[in-house]
Design a binder for this molecule. Structure first.
Ligand code: NAP
Length: 553
């Protein structure tokens, strides 16, 4: 039985939505959902994917091998919820169909070989799905010397339990047939055609690396920026280590109230000494220790019932930070509460109704949730000194003084060289992952469906793409690679002398963990030269390892 829900379960059901095999009950279509004291994992149906671990807001789910002594009774408790095999079959959620593993029809001389571009959740879940079949080869290409995309550079540092999904990714990367080509940029170092010459298919899982821009006067002035850049800054992404994040003023305003806004507000108001125990980047920790920020306002253009953040994240926010509402917004919450019927919306509104009053004196840096504020313009000439809003649907304007204004209105995909791009949606046009009009090209994750959902959402998304890719291979629609496998290695090494392979990544990983000194999960390198220096400290493979690696490929 791979995963168990423990006593700190909050029953919000986010794990139910993330689970790709519907093994967590009661689910929304069953009696007891939202009222049950806790949720239960069906030991027979769990596939150990770890998606629920990422989705759980309270870190209540753990693999059975990692339970403390006090948690051991929960193994039985979870199992006891489900009738024995000869009893009544537990009800099955209708949320998402369970996909069967793809069946590759093996062809001698041309085993299915796939290039995956990107190494975040969608990429790793796609690789995992492909490697369920013997003989398949997957080469994962990543621009940075470090893998795992937004799990490393997007998930907030105080959400270490979410980052535990990297253990699953490590296991996927250790499977026979898997190879990492890190610090290689497709479109610069290698072209799409280069990849197709060496693979049957190229699956892009490059995410949505840009952010949606807030189109109002003054955005771009010093003192303005985007929440997604700040996320990359505090997570030590090498491209954002030098981002100017000015925390010398009392107020920060964040426009948009999705989960990213909540993450940024939480990091800006949490005691830095608590963050010092996480893998937050050192430069961010120093800036937060010197911060003068006493209030972060999260401004939404619609009302409380339309809040974009999820209930689990709101629960997490209110249990760790001081979160307040002003009197006008409290009234809006009560009005929405009177009309709301959907349980998750009601859950959010009930929690909002219990928040403290913004008029009360603040005891520590706090977060104010504000509603019905449509951004109109940035105030200030040389730099931002605030932001002006119109009250949504009215003529009235409101001004908030602030030293930093961040837009947090969503991520956005960027075009991939040699592939079509839908500018309006910010995705590569595709049919279930097959790129329109480009044989051999596939997409998964945010570049396929847009920037929505949890880490676990990418499992089903990647599985759908892999099914179509395997169908195409089985039907003979994919061209066999023209080059032998060893030729790819030679080509990449000739174009990218600083290539980082799996051993190099393991060396970076070990060096970061060692720098953490046991006090932090890791102390991240935030510059590429430092990462490469650590990668080069990897001991050269022994003859035995080289022979074994050859056999595994
Ligand atoms: P999001 O959830 O799409 O929220 C975007 C916010 O921006 C909404 O409040 C939206 O308001 C607002 N907005 C959009 N255009 C605007 C405009 N022109 N002016 C003012 N406001 C505007 O985006 P996100 O926070 O970047 O999150 C992206 C995805 O990642 C989500 O699926 C999220 O759940 C996920 N994520 C999850 C976690 C987690 O589970 N811990 C953490 C981070 C991110 P309207 O609703 O009015 O359009």
């Amino acid at each position: 039985m791979p995963h168990v829900i423990t006593q700190s379960c909050c029953s919000d059901g986010s794990c139910v939505y993330a689970c790709p095999v519907n093994c967590i009950h009661p689910s929304p279509d069953e009696p007891g959902f939202a009222t049950a004291e806790m949720l239960f994992i069906d030991p027979a149906a769990c596939v150990d994917c770890g998606a629920c671990v990422s989705a759980c807001p309270v870190g209540a789910i753990a693999p059975d091998t990692q339970l403390t002594r006090e948690q051991l009774p929960f193994v039985e408790l979870n199992a006891a919820f489900y009738p024995k095999p000869n009893g009544k079959v537990p009800p099955t959620s209708k949320l998402a169909p369970v996909l069967e593993a793809p069946r590759v029809r093996r062809r001698d001389g041309a085993p299915l070989t796939v290039a995956v571009v990107g190494s975040g959740p969608a990429a790793m879940y796609a690789a995992d799905e492909l490697l369920t079949q013997r003989g398949v080869r997957v080469n994962v290409f990543e621009k940075l010397p470090t893998p795992y995309g937004l799990v490393r550079t997007g998930v907030a540092p105080d959400h270490q339990s979410t980052k535990r999904v990297t253990r699953l990714f490590d296991r996927i990367a250790g499977q026979p047939g898997f190879a990492f080509y890190l610090n290689v940029e497709i479109g610069r170092d290698l072209t799409h055609a280069d990849l197709l010459a060496h693979h049957h298919a190229v699956l892009y899982a490059v995410g949505a690396p840009n952010d949606r821009r807030l189109d109002i006067d003054g955005m771009g002035l010093p003192g303005t920026g985007t929440a997604t850049e700040v996320v990359a800054w505090y997570n030590g992404h090498p491209d954002f280590a030098d981002l100017p994040v000015d925390l010398s003023h009392e107020r920060v305003v964040i426009v948009g109230n999705g989960n990213v806004a909540l993450d940024v507000a939480r990091i800006l108001t949490t005691d830095p000494e608590l963050l010092a125990r996480t893998d937050i980047a050192d430069h961010a920790l120093t800036a937060l220790r010197e911060s003068k920020v006493t209030e972060v306002v999260i401004a939404a253009r619609r009302g409380p019932a339309q809040s974009a953040f999820t209930l689990p994240e709101l629960i997490g926010l209110t249990s760790t930070c001081e979160v307040v509402l002003d009197a006008a917004d409290r009234e809006l919450v009560q009005r929405d509460l009177a009309e709301a019927t959907d349980p998750l919306t009601r859950g959010k509104l009930e929690l909002l109704a219990k928040l403290g009053d913004a008029a009360a004196p603040a005891r520590r840096p706090r977060i104010r949730l504000a509603y019905r504020l449509t951004p109109a313009r940035i105030v200030g000439t040389e730099r931002a000194t605030g932001i002006e809003f119109t009250v949504t649907g009215e003529r009235e304007t409101r001004r908030l003084d602030a030293g930093l204004v961040l837009s947090s209105i969503g991520y956005r995909g960027k075009p991939i060289r040699d592939l079509p791009f839908d500018e309006a949606a910010g995705v590569v046009p595709n049919d279930g992952g097959r790129v329109a009009g480009a044989s051999g090209a596939y997409v998964a994750g945010w570049i396929k469906r847009g920037p929505t959902g949890f880490i676990g959402t990418n499992k089903a998304c990647a599985a759908q793409t892999v099914h179509h890719l395997v169908d195409d291979y089985n039907a003979g629609r994919l061209t066999d690679p023209i080059a032998k496998p060893a030729a790819l290695d030679r080509l990449v090494r000739s174009r990218c002398p600083d290539l980082v392979d799996a051993a190099g990544w393991r060396a970076i990983d070990a060096a970061e963990v060692a720098r953490g000194g046991g006090l932090r999960p890791r102390d991240k390198f935030t510059s590429i030269p430092d990462m490469l220096a650590a990668a080069q400290s990897a001991p050269p493979p022994s003859l035995r390892q080289r022979v074994l690696a050859g056999l595994r490929r």
